[in-house]
Design a binder for this molecule. Structure first.
Ligand code: ADP
Ligand code: ASP
Ligand code: MG
Length: 431
């Protein structure tokens, strides 16, 4: 008998029928003799719809109230799921994040889990109940307020529960069969991976592969939780995310083609959520970049890539471009505009039509020519590169947003990642 944590995402519980399907899957796991703890997301696109509603009521809402609003989505699905399990003759008990002992810091909208005290969950398990926990939410002890963990945060709830309860595995169910070499909605020839290292998964998640939330992967790596990403809509084994010291289950090892060497590139990630700001005519003297990025940081923006052009000799001025989440752009622009005279730049340009393409693979450390393949593929496809950045196991480029999907497909082919069949996306709107 094992203790299994399962997480069901929004598309898995989008309507009554789907909730019943998930209930059956949970009951099947229980029937097999396992203890089951479930983290559940809000139904379908509920979180986005609640956000839309908030924007209609007020353009900027108080973070505390926004968390009160958004956390309600998961409370609906947890209660409905418990009811569906009851009607199948099994005992199930639902808990909010705070009842489940998800203690977080006080940062509304992006709270970090600082402790998990699952006393009530243990009691319920000991009494033979299936435990359902509302994902994506927690409680801060100082403010005594409800917090949320950031978009996609139910994945973190599941991993944190798995760590606290010392579960055997954390199964994350969504609308695709596992982790693919690219988003199957963008690259239909993407191939499902049987295993992926947590190191590579972190880079993929950080660069747009929302199949797993980055903080969940970080938490799993730090606490030694084995994640198995799989589909609610099929019976495939999914993908195992392995941290150092972990080995894939024997059933996976047998189905692998046992390649002699790890592939150099694990996958391609795409991201349309960033914008680019260019600060034009910055005096090319020491200290200007520091001034600019201090202002941007104070606005709360998370800067990703930065490029500084060569200064024009005649003017002694240069342009500095950087990317950041689209949602951070307006505050950053306002903050920079307010300091224009002090910094002495000429103007600001805001571009929210960019796309970021990243190629990720641990094999890059030891192989040369990986970036040449990327640039060659983009050049053949006539895609212009606007910015480039690299890490030890990743190369990213910024291109026009309209070019992103096409670019991802040619790059995927160029690295020999294409599968023989089309990947299946079972549900969800991709929102
Ligand atoms: P859930 O609502 O269950 O949390 P998400 O929508 O957050 O599910 O994540 C699943 C989606 O992630 C898929 O439908 C797919 O479009 C997207 N995705 C992005 N990159 C990948 C990838 N490399 N492999 C699989 N899915 C990916
Ligand atoms: N419902 C939240 C969201 O849509 C959390 C999650 O589903 O993981 O982001
Ligand atoms: Mg998700």
């Amino acid at each position: 008998m094992a203790l299994i944590v399962q997480k069901y995402g929004g598309s898995s519980v989008a309507d009554a029928e789907s909730i019943k399907r998930v209930a059956k899957r949970i009951v099947d796991t229980r029937r097999a003799g396992h203890d089951v703890v479930v983290a559940v997301s809000a139904m379908g696109d509920t979180t986005d719809e609640l956000l839309d509603l908030a924007h209609q009521v007020a353009p900027i809402s108080a973070p505390r109230e926004l968390d009160m609003l958004l956390s309600s989505g998961e409370r609906i699905s947890m209660a409905l799921l418990a009811m569906a399990i009851h009607s199948m003759g099994f005992e199930a008990r639902s808990f909010t994040g705070s009842q489940a002992g998800m203690i977080t810091d006080a940062t509304h909208g992006a709270a970090r889990i600082v402790d998990v005290t699952p006393i009530r969950l243990r009691e319920a398990l000991d009494e033979g109940a299936i435990v359902i926990v509302a994902g994506f939410q927690g409680f801060n002890r100082d403010t005594r307020d409800i917090t949320t963990l950031g978009r996609g945060g139910s994945d973190t709830t599941a991993v944190a529960l798995a760590a606290a309860l010392e579960a055997d595995v954390c199964e994350i169910y969504s609308d695709v069969d596992g982790i693919y070499t690219a988003d199957p909605r963008v690259v239909p020839q993407a191939r499902k991976l049987d295993v992926v290292s947590s190191e590579e998964m972190l880079e993929l998640a950080a660069n747009g592969a929302k199949v797993l939330y980055i903080r969940a992967v970080e938490y799993a790596r730090r606490h030694g939780v084995m994640i198995n990403a799989r589909s609610t809509f099929s019976s495939g084994q999914g993908t195992f995310v392995l941290s150092p010291g972990m080995t894939a289950p024997a059933s996976i090892a047998r189905t692998q083609e046992s390649p002699m060497e790890e592939p150099i590139v694990a996958g391609v990630a795409t991201d349309l959520s960033q914008a680019k700001i260019t600060v034009i005519g910055v005096p090319d003297v020491p200290g200007k970049a520091a001034e600019i990025f201090k202002i941007v940081a104070k606005s709360g923006a998370n800067v990703d890539m930065i490029v500084q052009n060569v200064s024009a000799a005649a003017t002694g001025r240069t342009d500095i471009s950087f990317t950041l989440p689209k949602t951070d752009a307006s505050l950053a622009l306002r903050a920079l505009a307010a300091e224009q005279v002090d910094v002495g730049f000429e103007s600001l340009v805001h571009d929210d039509q960019i796309g970021k393409l990243s190629v990720v693979g641990a094999g890059m450390r030891t192989h040369s020519g990986v970036s040449a393949t990327l640039f060659e593929a983009l050049s053949t496809a006539g895609v212009n590169i606007e910015m480039i950045s690299t890490s030890e196991i990743r190369i990213s480029v910024v291109v026009r947003g309209d070019d992103l999907a096409g670019a991802a497909r040619v790059v995927h082919t160029a690295y020999g990642l294409d599968g023989d069949t089309e990947a299946v996306v079972y549900a969800g709107t991709g929102r």
